[in-house]
Unconditional design. Structure first.
Length: 237
C-alpha cells in the first residue's frame, strides 16, 4: 500500500486539506478536490497504476487523478520544506512523499512505454475513434506518439530505406504496427458481484461461465475481462 495508518496519513490529509483554503484555487477547483478524499485519490492512483502495469493494452488515461496528484505533490513538498530539517518526522514525510511520487511517475512511464511499443497501433486507433468515445491518449501523449512515429520514420529512411530500390522505400505502417496480446493471462479481483462471466475463449464450442463474487481473484485471459476492467467492475492485481 502507498499509505499506512498513522502519522503519515494525518500529515497528508492535513497538508492536502490546507490546499483548499489557500489563495489561487477557484471555487470549481475547490469542489473538485473536496469531492474526493486524499486517501481515495491515492487509492485510485495505485489502482490505475496496477491496471496499467498489468494490462497488455493501453487503457484510458486517468487525467483527473493525475492532475490532482500533481497539484498535491507540489503543495505537500512546499509544506514539508517548512518542517525542521533532519528530524524523524520530516524524514518520514519525505519517504512517504517519495513513495507516492514513485507510483505516480511509474504510472506515466508505463503509459509512455506502451505508446512507444504500440505507436502505430494506438495512432490508428485514435484516428478511427468515434467522436462519442473516450480517447486513450491525452493531448500530450498524442503529440508524443506522432513525434515518436515521425522520428522512427526518419531514422529508418536515413539508415536503410534510401539505399534500397525505389519500390522498397515505402514503409507499410499496417504491417509494422505491433499490437498488444489480448490473450495474455492476467490476475484480476472482482470489485463487485458479477454474474455469468465467460472464462473460456470465444472460439471454443463449449463455453464456460462462472460468477465473480466480490473480492474473489481469478486468472483469466485479458480479453475476457477487458470490458469489466473498463467498466470498473474488476481490477488487475
Amino acid at each position: 500500500m502507498i499509505v499506512k495508518d498513522g502519522v503519515l496519513v494525518k500529515m497528508a490529509e492535513e497538508s492536502f486539506a490546507s490546499l483548499f483554503s489557500q489563495k489561487g484555487h477557484s471555487e470549481g477547483e475547490k469542489e473538485q478536490y473536496e469531492a474526493v478524499t486524499t486517501a481515495e485519490v491515492l487509492r485510485r492512483l495505485e489502482e490505475a497504476w496496477l491496471n496499467e502495469k498489468f494490462s497488455p493494452e493501453l487503457l484510458e488515461p486517468k487525467t483527473e487523478i493525475v492532475d490532482i496528484i500533481k497539484q498535491q505533490i507540489k503543495e505537500v513538498e512546499e509544506k514539508i520544506s517548512q518542517l525542521p530539517k533532519g528530524t524523524i518526522v520530516a524524514t518520514a514525510h519525505y519517504q512517504e512523499l517519495d513513495r507516492i511520487r514513485f507510483v505516480f511517475n511509474s504510472y506515466l512511464r508505463t503509459r509512455l512505454a506502451k505508446i512507444e511499443k504500440y505507436t502505430m497501433h494506438v495512432l490508428a486507433e485514435e484516428s478511427s475513434r468515434a467522436a462519442d468515445t473516450e480517447p486513450k491518449l491525452t493531448p500530450e501523449e498524442l503529440t508524443f506518439a506522432k513525434e515518436y512515429a515521425s522520428s522512427v520514420q526518419s531514422h529508418m529512411e536515413s539508415l536503410a530505406l534510401q539505399f534500397m530500390p525505389q519500390n522498397f522505400q515505402r514503409l507499410d505502417h499496417k504491417q509494422m504496427a505491433s499490437k498488444p496480446n489480448m490473450e495474455h493471462f492476467v490476475f484480476c479481483e472482482a470489485k463487485e458481484r458479477i454474474a455469468d462471466v465467460v472464462i473460456t475463449p470465444e472460439d471454443l464450442a463449449d463455453q464456460s461461465s462462472i460468477n465473480f463474487e466480490k473480492g474473489s481473484q481469478h486468472l483469466v485471459q485479458y480479453k475476457l475481462i477487458a470490458s469489466l476492467l473498463k467498466s470498473n467492475k474488476v481490477k488487475l492485481i
